[in-house]
Design a protein around this ligand. Structure first.
Ligand code: PHE
Length: 426
């Protein structure tokens, strides 16, 4: 849950829903979770627990030639992590600025070196948690922080429901304008958001599955994780849109929604400092527990390969991570670092966070549903779950529906990037 619930739910989901037809976006997103995301999640856990290895080791065990694919996934996660930590750093910056009443417009924020400093602090904290190990670091951090996150988001959504704009917000979120569904890009974005939000296709759940106890029921855990993940996204919508509709600001502001529109809302509303601080705390906690899971994948890959402890592997990763992340951090700081006219961070998000993730999910599907030992996978998931459910999700959805959907999403996104040049930021 710590890995799944992240910036994807609280920052990415509301802005994507806001700029892709509100309620209409929910349909492809939920279909994507149920039809492709959940089966993949279950079988990633299964593969991890069966092979007891990280993504590279597990892929190698499925087929020797696939080892390099696992390695590529781990490398991709490292790239995603590098800019994810920058955005996580922004939330830390806002968390510090909001209670001291600093006017936190996004351009004012990125005109300082604060974003860089916050990135460095966040990256170091993330490495520290992973170095402490799975039980002492990740499990304890998630156990302490996730209930806090749940309380804050429920309170914020409850507060949203007392505001004047709640009616408008509810119909924006839950009364789909079905005409938006005619746009294939809405479907592609909905599906890719489903994968991003669950955190499948990046080897994270394979790695976490490798630490899972024999007796824990995979199907049940997966259903809990997926429903928790969707609930947090919906609650984030219920917290944010009433604010937007009550205090003004366009719901379709795009990625700036959490960093430009909301701070303005917070500075105008009564008690905004408190609500704002709670919101950024929430965002930071969610981001940190997800970042930790990504770093664990990279560290586990190195440790599978070298035999080092995860902690030693992580120590070795600190400097490269800071170096790579700095490129993205500097693109939203006075240095304004750009490649091909685009801020490095945006380029990273399109390349790795959108395309990379879909490719990662596709190759993971192929590995798990075509190359791995099918019987063993089914046995792992089957423990405590209805047989038909396992057969359906594994061998109809996972084998055929998910790869076809992924290919279609990739093709749509690629076409839109090439033909319309409009993928950026959506
Ligand atoms: N699922 C996380 C989120 O919603 C992001 C993530 C992606 C985590 C890929 C791990 C792997 O923010």
């Amino acid at each position: 849950m710590g890995s799944a619930v992240g910036l994807g739910n609280i920052w990415r989901f509301p802005y994507l829903a806001g700029s892709n037809g509100g309620g209409a976006f929910l349909i492809p997103y939920l279909v994507g979770i149920a039809v492709c995301g959940l089966p993949l999640l279950m079988f990633e856990y299964a593969a991890g627990r069966h092979y007891r290895l990280g993504v590279m080791g597990a892929f190698k065990a499925m087929s020797r030639r696939y080892e390099v694919v696992g390695l590529a996934i781990a490398a991709m996660v490292f790239f995603i992590l590098s800019y994810y930590l920058v955005v996580a750093g922004w939330t830390l910056g806002y968390l510090i600025a909001t209670p001291i009443g600093k006017e936190a417009g996004f351009s004012a924020f990125t005109a300082t070196w604060w974003p860089v400093a916050c990135f460095v602090v966040t990256a170091v904290v993330c490495c520290g948690v992973v170095m402490l190990g799975v039980t002492k670091g990740i499990e304890r951090t998630s156990r302490a922080l996730l209930p806090l996150l749940a309380v804050v988001i429920v309170l914020m959504a409850g507060y949203g429901m007392t505001l004047e704009g709640r009616g408008e917000a509810l119909s924006f979120l839950f009364k789909p304008d079905l005409s938006a569904l005619g746009d294939p890009l809405v479907w592609a974005r909905g599906f890719s958001q489903a994968f991003f939000s669950l955190g499948v296709g990046m080897g994270v759940m394979i790695t976490y599955g490798s630490y899972m106890a024999r007796e824990s029921a995979i199907a049940r855990s997966s259903v809990i994780v997926a429903s928790g993940d969707v609930s947090v996204a919906l609650l984030a919508g219920l917290a944010i849109f009433p604010l937007v509709f009550t205090f003004g600001g366009p719901p379709g502001a795009g990625p700036q929604l959490a960093f430009e529109t909301l701070p303005q809302v917070f500075s105008h509303m009564p008690g905004g400092m408190l609500v704002g601080s709670a919101f950024y705390l929430l965002l930071f906690v969610a981001a940190l527990t997800s970042a930790v899971s990504m770093l664990q994948v990279v560290a586990a890959t190195i440790s599978d390969r070298t035999g080092w402890s995860t902690s030693r592997a992580t120590r070795w990763l600190v400097l490269p991570l800071l170096g790579l992340g700095l490129l993205s951090a500097l693109s939203y700081a006075p240095a304004d670092l750009r490649f091909f006219g685009q801020p490095v961070l945006d380029l990273m998000d399109t390349t790795f966070g959108t395309f990379g993730l879909l490719v990662g999910a596709l190759v993971t599907c192929i590995a798990i549903f075509w190359l791995a030992d099918g019987l063993a996978m089914k046995e792992q998931v089957g423990h405590g779950a209805p047989r038909r459910f396992v057969a359906w999700s594994g061998f109809l959805l996972g084998r055929y529906v998910a790869p076809i959907t992924l290919l279609a999403s990739l093709a749509t996104l690629a076409a839109s990037l090439i033909v319309l040049g409009e993928l950026r930021g959506r």
